[in-house]
Design a protein. Structure first.
Ligand SMILES: C[S@@+](CC[C@H](N)C(=O)[O-])C[C@H]1O[C@@H](n2cnc3c(N)ncnc32)[C@H](O)[C@@H]1O
Length: 306
């Protein structure tokens, strides 16, 4: 503990009062108890400060910068307090269950989307669908753009695609790429129920093949908006194909760019994490687009083609 590892100090909260500290630190924390299930309490610090004991040689660099303090509670919540002078001691929150309930209570989820979400909840892979707040953001981006022609890569049972199709004009088009026929059956049912089937062109099969044939078909530069939410190791390929298909000023939105936080943990190096991490690095350096990484859901990056 207490190394300069990414400039972070990692603390583990064993209960809502016990804290494992770097031996060279004195930490002052006060907590709100947010939720308790069985003997596990979820807590949020509302004040946190820490001091280095004199003579600490292990972490003096990190201590001097007072960079970040990460507190892990019950291994499910991370509360991040950015405390770096370079950022004006900006404090940022992370989402705990209470706050997320509040956010969801402030999402205007159309009834048909709610029904689809609830039907999907009992299906295998239900955790894959975007959250209501993400779907709302996607729909708003489409509306802000005044988009008419959209693409989705990874439909599953249709939650995000339905959210997009519903805000397209009647003449609009959403090309929906999905390889799983059973998932598409559910999606089709809801496109019908929501009266948007005429706007959705389903491409059943491998998404990369669909995108390549659209380019061969002369559709490059004719789309306003694309959403990528399929095989993570294919992100770079999807992105390059979509960059050809969207017009200048069009958006490509990519889901799961924070990958449950694993992208920021150098100890995690499985193929998917490395692939998303590399993808994020490439996007960061890609001058063909302007970018914004948004910490919503599992993280979405919005790219605007220059
Ligand atoms: C995360 S889910 C999509 C969730 C969806 N956007 C939603 O909000 O409900 C990913 C989907 O991508 C599909 N998929 C994965 N790899 C694919 C590929 N190579 N081509 C087409 N679809 C693929 C999977 O079958 C799965 O349904």
């Amino acid at each position: 503990m207490g190394s300069g590892y990414l400039g972070l100090h990692r603390l583990s909260i064993l209960t809502h009062q016990q804290v494992v500290l770097p031996s060279c630190h004195k930490v002052l924390l006060k907590f709100h108890t947010l939720a308790a299930v069985g003997n596990v309490a979820t807590v949020a610090p509302f004040t946190a400060s820490f001091k280095r004991y004199d003579g600490c040689c292990l972490c003096s660099r990190a201590c001097r910068s007072m960079s970040n303090l990460i507190i892990r509670c019950c291994s499910t919540n991370a509360f991040v307090i950015a405390n770096d002078e370079k950022y004006g001691n900006k404090q940022i929150i992370s989402i705990n269950p209470h706050l997320y309930d509040y956010i969801l209570a402030n999402v205007r989820e159309p009834e048909i989307l709610r029904q689809l979400r609830e039907e999907t909840a009992s299906l295998h892979g239900s955790q894959m669908q975007v959250s209501p707040d993400q779907a709302q953001l996607l729909a708003m981006l489409v509306q802000i753009l005044g988009a008419e022609r959209c693409i989705e890569v990874g439909v599953y049972t249709g939650y995000s695609s339905l959210a997009v199709a519903m805000v397209l004009p009647d003449s609009g088009l959403l090309v929906a790429c999905e390889r799983d026929a059973k998932c598409l059956d559910v999606a089709r049912k809801y496109y019908d129920l929501a009266n948007v089937s005429h706007k959705v062109n389903i491409k059943h099969g491998l998404a990369a093949d669909a995108l390549k044939s659209m380019i061969l078909n002369g559709e490059a530069g004719s789309y306003d908006f694309a959403f990528v939410d399929a095989e993570k190791r294919m992100y770079q390929e999807y992105y390059e194909l979509l960059l050809q298909l969207v017009k200048v000023g069009g958006l490509i939105v990519i889901d799961n760019v924070l990958w449950h936080g694993k992208v920021a943990d150098p100890m995690v190096n499985d193929a998917k994490t490395v692939s998303i991490r590399n993808f994020n690095k490439n996007i960061m350096e890609d001058q063909r687009v302007s970018i914004s990484m948004v910490p919503i859901g599992d993280g979405m990056t919005i790219c605007r083609k220059k």
